[in-house]
Design a binder for this molecule. Structure first.
Ligand code: SAH
Ligand code: AVI
Length: 303
């Protein structure tokens, strides 16, 4: 697993523009910073998703009759509780790369739902789906618009893998942040308190620690921006001056020019029609599509 991430990091840093795989965001500190982001007033995503799940969890339960809930990128599994309350599950399988957060939230859920068997899996959902339990009917959830952090190609691959994984009585539940007013999107990713900046910069700290890299935070400014063509928030840093970063573990020297960007993640925003086409290409189809009252966020059931 680590060698996959190292290899992905090598490729990403050599890409144009330079990138880091977003998995580096979620070490122990990063997971806590993300939790702090979810409490920011301008970071509307979790609250809009909660609003939808509060209204429709019963319908999700009736439609899917799921006995096993698998949640990819479960994090603190806060909004999952709406599903746990409605579904009457035998098994809950939170699945995440961030081990500490995973085990903590699995422990909390096991305590709150003693009738449910909680079986956490540490893994990368782009590589390790073979580890998923097979007892159905299964609902595989990817909440919080985490699927938006994959670029279109990786998203298509993940949807295809999930389509292969799903049996007839299984279903997929997706939380999707929708295209909206740019000012609101920028406010969600450029908060005044600096928590989001700290979250993004923490990826550099993680790469320095794990790969012996020499990223110097002072050489970069935080710069999230709306990419109108791709309809994603392009989230990363910009080099203030020309400099070289060494990554000894990958035997790399990376030269930055003045003003050059380092992308740390993208956060795609969705439109219903285009996303249904993506599902279609993966041989999936949306059975339900619900939004919150403001039309900010959507939750879809696909099979
Ligand atoms: N679903 C939660 C957390 C979203 S944050 C919520 O809505 O609040 C994204 C989560 O996905 C983090 O916990 C992160 O560790 C996890 N994650 C990101 N990429 C992943 C990957 N490739 N495989 C597994 N987990 C991943
Ligand atoms: C986890 N993911 C859906 C978040 C997002 O909004 O794209 C990650 C994040 N990055 C900055 N703020 C939140």
């Amino acid at each position: 697993m680590r060698s996959d991430l190292f290899e992905a990091t090598r490729r990403s840093l050599q890409r144009e523009p330079k990138e880091l795989p977003p998995v580096w965001l979620y070490d122990e500190r990063g997971s806590l910073l993300y939790e702090a982001i979810t409490r920011l007033p301008d970071y509307y995503l979790p609250r809009r998703e909660a609003e939808i799940l509060a209204v429709h969890a019963g319908s999700i339960a009736a439609q899917t009759e799921a006995r096993t809930l698998i949640e990819l990128g479960s994090g603190s599994a806060r909004n999952t509780r709406f599903l746990l309350d409605a579904l009457g599950l035998e098994r809950f399988v939170p699945f995440d790369v961030s081990e500490r957060m995973l085990l903590e939230s699995a422990g909390a859920i096991a305590e709150a739902y003693p009738e449910v068997s909680v079986e956490p899996i540490v893994g990368n959902f782009e590589h390790d789906l073979a580890a998923l339990p097979t007892d159905g009917p299964r609902l595989i959830a990817l909440l919080g618009s985490t699927i938006g952090n994959l670029d279109p190609q990786h998203r298509a691959e993940l949807l295809r893998l999930l389509a292969q994984e799903l049996r007839e009585d299984d279903a997929l539940l997706l939380g999707l942040d929708l295209v909206k007013d740019v000012a609101r999107l920028e406010a969600a990713y450029h908060d005044r308190t600096g928590v989001t900046e700290a979250f993004v910069r923490n990826a550099l700290t993680a790469v320095n620690r794990e790969l012996g890299a020499t990223f110097d935070q002072r050489q970069f400014v935080y710069e999230p921006g709306w990419d109108l063509e791709h309809e994603w928030m392009d989230i990363g840093l910009r080099a203030l001056g020309p400099h070289v970063v060494a990554v000894p573990e990958l035997k790399l020297q990376i030269a930055f020019e003045r003003g050059e960007r380092l992308r740390v993640e993208i956060s795609s925003k969705f439109r219903r029609d285009a996303f249904e086409t993506e599902l279609d290409r993966a041989a999936l189809s949306a059975r339900s599509w619900w939004t919150d009252r403001l039309g900010d966020f959507a939750v879809a059931v696909a099979s």
